[in-house]
Design a protein around this ligand. Structure first.
Ligand SMILES: [Mg+2]
Length: 444
């Protein structure tokens, strides 16, 4: 019986608190979705996207207690009992709600993106080096097997006697077992770097290649693309109801890129055979929400409510949904469903925010994006990144001040912001032709 169960003991590490958190600009809450007038600057939304990504990971992880708990209902009861509600959850440097592997690799992606690089090869090499280096900071953070295995392969390539040109260190072989969420959980910074409509081609290429470094399987690297796109579209203020369709359309371009335009990977024989699972899963999900062909109305009743009352959430029903859309029972642990669960939680939270205000909106992002029966930290980092990109810090001001690596996340956000503007003018990755750019704008 659920009432008699308890969460596993917390795995504590203690390396002290962040003594001098730097202040971040905060803003007045707004009660309008993407209102015409906003006090939230674009730079603050970049900062919030990076920081709330870390918050989502830290809360969803909770030293593994929440990540590996198979009941959202149990997690929510634990939060009520120990913290008196979501509003009192405060990520703390390592002593409580430390960051997991997700944010460490998310930071590594951002570090690679903002390094000095002159071409695509150099950029991908920078990201690969950051992925290898970040593995030195995984104590107590529960890194995934694919990420560890992939970075081991990259490390060996970097250390080999062959030149990088002869043996590109970011290239790993295709592996049908690498469809997990490890690439999706760390690709939000790519959506921040390539945040303009004109940068869609570069976003796709970098998201796919960065994802393939450890997750060279279709669902694995398409998950990387999906997360990058969600954050990109949030920054651009594209209507959220169309995001799933845009993910589907952009993902369909990837097969052509992998089979015809990719210049690095020689073994592409399995890609066509594995193709389709990601798209079919997303089509099924979007149909469930009535947004595959239509713009809703979205019905959350059976997956989020207890009975007919929207004021009484059902974490058990949501767990059922999370499990149903999963590959093998652990929702959010695959490339296709980690961004899907995060996106769905954001769509639901938008309705709550509109009805009950900004605080309840953020708490819904947490309840359904970060606390469920599945891979809570990976869906947590994605949902936090999206929400921050949309609204800045809004209702969530003070509670992130002791988040581990908070200042680094803010600094990287600023660098991504300025780099994005610079690349808009001069980008070595910009393709000569832009004949497919209308794929996205047609949906807005
Ligand atoms: Mg993790």
């Amino acid at each position: 019986m659920a009432e008699e169960r308890s969460l596993p003991d917390i795995r504590m590490t203690d390396e002290g608190d962040n003594k001098n958190p730097e202040p971040i600009s905060t803003v007045k809450p707004k009660d309008t979705l993407f209102g015409n007038e906003s006090d939230v600057t674009l730079l603050i939304r970049y900062q919030a996207s990076m920081v709330l990504a870390g918050v989502g990971d830290a809360l969803g992880y909770n030293h593994g207690r929440f990540e590996f708990c198979d009941s959202g209902d149990l997690i929510m009861k634990d939060i009520e009992k120990k913290y008196n509600g979501i509003a009192n959850l405060k990520p703390n440097e390592r002593s409580e709600f430390m960051l997991s592997d997700d944010t460490i690799m998310h930071i590594a992606t951002a570090e690679g993106l903002v390094k000095s690089w002159e071409n695509e090869f150099e950029l991908l090499t920078m990201i690969a080096i950051e992925y290898v280096n970040c593995m030195n900071d995984m104590g107590g953070r529960s890194p995934g097997g694919c990420c560890m295995g992939g970075t081991d392969m990259i490390r060996k390539s970097l250390d080999s006697d062959k030149s990088y040109e002869e043996n590109p260190p970011f290239v790993t072989p295709y592996n049908r077992k690498k469809g997990g969420c490890g690439a999706a959980m760390r690709s939000a910074p790519i959506g921040l770097l390539y945040s303009h409509e004109e940068q869609m081609d570069q976003l796709m290429k970098v998201a796919i290649e960065a994802g393939r470094m450890t997750h060279n399987q279709t669902s694995g690297f398409l998950g990387s693309l999906a997360t990058a796109l969600l954050v990109h579209l949030a920054i651009r203020k594209v209507s959220p109801i169309s995001w799933g369709r845009i993910i589907l359309k952009q993902s369909q371009r990837v097969l052509q890129y992998c089979t015809e335009n990719d210049q690095y990977h020689k073994d592409i024989s399995h890609i066509s055979g594995d193709w389709g699972y990601f798209q079919k899963s997303w089509e099924k999900y979007l149909s469930r929400r009535n947004i595959l062909i239509n713009d809703g109305p979205i019905d959350f009743k059976f997956d989020y409510w207890n009975g007919d009352n929207p004021d009484i959430p059902s974490y058990k029903n949501h767990d059922k949904f999370v499990t149903e859309i999963s590959y093998a029972g652990w929702g959010g642990s695959s490339g296709h469903d980690a961004p899907m669960i995060a996106y769905d939680a954001v769509l639901y939270a938008l309705q709550v925010r509109e009805r009950d205000g900004v605080v309840k909106g953020w708490e819904s992002v947490c309840a359904f994006g970060m606390f469920h029966c599945g891979d809570s930290d990976s869906t947590g980092i994605i949902s936090g990144a999206i929400w921050g990109a949309m609204f800045g810090f809004e209702a969530y001001k003070a509670n992130h001040e002791r988040l581990e690596y908070r200042q680094q996340l803010c600094n990287l956000a600023e660098q991504l912001y300025f780099r994005s503007e610079k690349l808009l003018v001069d980008d070595p990755l910009r393709p000569v032709k832009h004949d497919e750019l209308d794929v996205c704008s047609a949906e807005i």
